[in-house]
Design a protein around this ligand. Structure first.
Ligand SMILES: Nc1ncnc2c1ncn2[C@@H]1O[C@H](COP(=O)(O)OP(=O)(O)O)[C@@H](O)[C@H]1O
Ligand SMILES: [Mg+2]
Length: 361
């Protein structure tokens, strides 16, 4: 069955999962679009694996409905759902060669030996291991084993690819390499993919959309840019990227104040006058160029603890007009020479109104 391009590949409606009294997933609804790469991102224990296993039919939901390619699969066992899966641990059969591992799911499809051989070779090439078919898993590196696991999952041409932290067991360099390769393969094949990760950088780098989860609920669904720039909750702001938190007060007129500084924000603060508000500001959400005193959101900072980190510097900035609250600011190293910056001297910066996110305390 082919998926109509205008309908979701997989729909999750009001899914709840309880383990005895513990609610692991609470009223999850989500539409997975055909051909997209979706990441489930969240801290350990938030329910990512449980949701993935429910999609696969490896775990049964306590309540809710699952629809794959327009067909209700809520009670259909895994074999009746069309997916391939890759886990964190390589989970290859150790006594089978790479080629035999890849062929595993094809044998039951009733294909001829020649067809299977051809398909296995195709997949070995797809994952850039064309000559490793005769090797056993113990003769392959972790990254190579994960490529074979990926090839095995893709061999029967599933309409849905499920990946549960497939990169977690790899070293940092191999992780970055393989994630790019997963993305390349996924786009080349156009296979709808759900990947579980607790690594925000990984999710930002390869997703079409990210589902941010916490304590069994979805906090936000959005593109990498959306969840980073316009986090829907303090949790999302804090979990994805670095963020400074400032204590502010609502002015009741849409604006905020921190100490003696009035801050204009792009999205008006609707809290009552005097209400305590938390501001979330990323280290790069300011400018130090072309500052004049008549502009909004200009403050004077004093920098300390400047760390040179190669392509950028991080500095601690203390803001006297904001009751001495400190924030971390990120600079290009060239800023220092360009601005003639003395490390201890005052520096005027402008906080960018459209980057000031605020949430009630
Ligand atoms: N079979 C189980 N029995 C009881 N509790 C479970 C079971 N599987 C998962 N849990 C609990 O459900 C929560 C979510 O687990 P999981 O989905 O594995 O989280 P994640 O993949 O986000 O780290 C955790 O608190 C975990 O301990
Ligand atoms: Mg997990």
């Amino acid at each position: 069955m082919t998926t109509p391009s205008n309908s979701p590949a997989f729909e999750i409606s009001k899914v709840t999962k309880q383990f005895d009294q513990f609610v692991a997933l609470n009223d999850i609804s989500l539409s997975v679009q055909s051909g997209e790469l979706l990441c489930f991102l969240g801290p350990s224990g938030c329910g990512k694996t449980t949701l993935l296993r429910i999609i696969a039919g490896l775990e049964t939901q306590t309540q809710g409905q699952l629809v794959q390619d327009g067909k209700d699969v809520s009670t259909v066992p895994p074999a009746g759902r069309n997916f391939g899966i890759v886990f964190q641990s390589y989970a290859l059969f150790p006594n089978l060669t790479a080629a035999q591992n890849i062929a595993y799911g094809l044998v039951s499809q009733g294909k001829t030996k020649a067809q299977i051989h051809q398909r296995v070779q195709e997949l070995l090439e797809l994952v850039n291991l064309p000559t490793s078919g005769n090797k056993f898993p113990s003769q392959l590196s972790g990254g190579q084993q994960q490529r074979i696991a990926l090839a095995r999952a893709l061999a029967p041409a599933p309409s849905l690819l499920l990946l549960d932290e497939p990169l977690s067991a790899l070293d940092a360099l191999e992780r970055v390499r393989l994630r790019a390769e997963i993305r390349r393969l996924q786009q080349q094949l156009g296979v709808t993919t759900i990947m579980v990760t607790h690594d925000q950088e990984e999710a930002l780098a390869i997703s079409d959309r990210i589902v941010v989860m916490n304590h069994g609920v979805i906090e936000q669904v959005g593109t990498p840019h959306e969840v980073y720039q316009t986090p829907a909750s303090p949790f999302v702001a804090d979990f994805i990227g670095k963020v400074n938190v400032l204590e502010a007060t609502s002015q009741g007129n849409g604006n905020l104040s921190v100490g003696s500084v009035q801050l204009e924000t792009a999205s008006p603060c609707t809290a009552k006058e005097g209400e305590k508000i938390k501001i979330y500001l990323r280290p790069e959400d300011f400018t130090a160029r072309h500052i004049s005193p008549d502009q909004n959101n200009v403050v004077t900072v004093r920098l300390s603890k400047i760390e040179y980190l190669g392509s950028f510097c991080m500095a601690e900035a203390s803001i006297e007009e904001m009751q001495g609250q400190t924030i971390q600011l990120q600079f290009w190293p060239s800023y220092f020479s360009e601005l003639g910056l003395d490390q201890n001297g005052p520096l005027s910066i402008r906080l960018l109104a459209d980057r000031i996110r605020h949430f009630s305390s």
